[in-house]
Design a protein around this ligand. Structure first.
Ligand code: ADE
Length: 225
């Protein structure tokens, strides 16, 4: 998979790909992540990428021309399956979407800033608009990093234990059950007996039950879907 990220703040997107699972995925050649500084496609001597909005009102708007230049250059080099715009008014990211996007070959992620991008960018290029939750970030970069993480860890070969993404919270619309490691008794807080029993069918049943209870209690909406 290849991911091209368009941003005015590439430095914000360096470190997420320089540690742990994402770093290893890149080193193994399972994903390529390319950052593009929108200012390299700016117009005029002032490296302008944003401007006042027509009709008045506070806040700047990201201009269509630099984004067009950047996206058009990328599209002239290869085909893209998706051009995703990170924005708080997009569809809320969920595991199903991450699964879908993980099957794509080449994607572009556009990070919004200020009041967002000129609507014509959305009309001309964007295939999908994604929010990572009902709160407003200073820009789309951290949202893009979250999306990349959710997607990249699903690519075959990225996780050591191939099954571990399958037992994640949300993968089957259930939250994950509680987990424990040593010691079996910590200051009187004990690990449930069943987990020490070695009876794996019973342990599996217990986990399913706990996952269901936790989902009913915290996220009953998931069970209705
Ligand atoms: N940009 C600003 N806030 C955002 C959010 N919640 N999700 C995606 N992009 C954003």
């Amino acid at each position: 998979m290849r991911i091209d990220i368009i941003t005015v703040l590439p430095e914000l997107l360096k470190s997420p790909f320089e540690a742990s699972i994402l770093k290893r995925a890149i080193e193994k050649g399972l994903v390529e992540v390319h950052l593009h500084n929108l200012r390299d496609f700016s117009i005029g001597n002032y490296k302008q990428v944003d401007d006042y909005q027509f009709g008045g009102g506070a806040g700047m708007v990201m201009m269509v021309e630099p984004i067009d230049k950047c996206i058009s250059k990328l599209k002239s080099e290869r085909d893209y399956d998706e051009i995703i715009y990170m924005t708080p008014d997009g569809n809320t990211l969920n595991q199903g979407m991450a699964n879908e996007i993980s099957l794509k070959k080449n994607i572009i992620i556009l990070c919004g800033h200020y009041k967002g991008v000129d609507q014509r960018v959305r009309d001309m290029f964007v295939t999908r608009e994604i929010s990572i939750g009902d709160y407003v970030l200073s820009g789309g970069e951290l949202a893009a990093a979250a999306l990349c993480d959710a997607v990249i860890r699903l690519l075959p070969g990225v996780l050591n234990d191939e099954t571990s993404a399958l037992t994640d919270t949300f993968q089957d619309n259930l939250l994950a059950p509680p987990v424990y490691t040593r010691p079996a008794d910590y200051k009187g807080f004990k690990v449930p007996e069943i987990l020490l029993s070695g009876n794996f069918p019973k342990i599996e049943k217990w986990r399913e039950q706990k996952a269901l209870e936790r989902t009913q209690e915290r996220r009953p909406d998931l069970l209705e879907e």
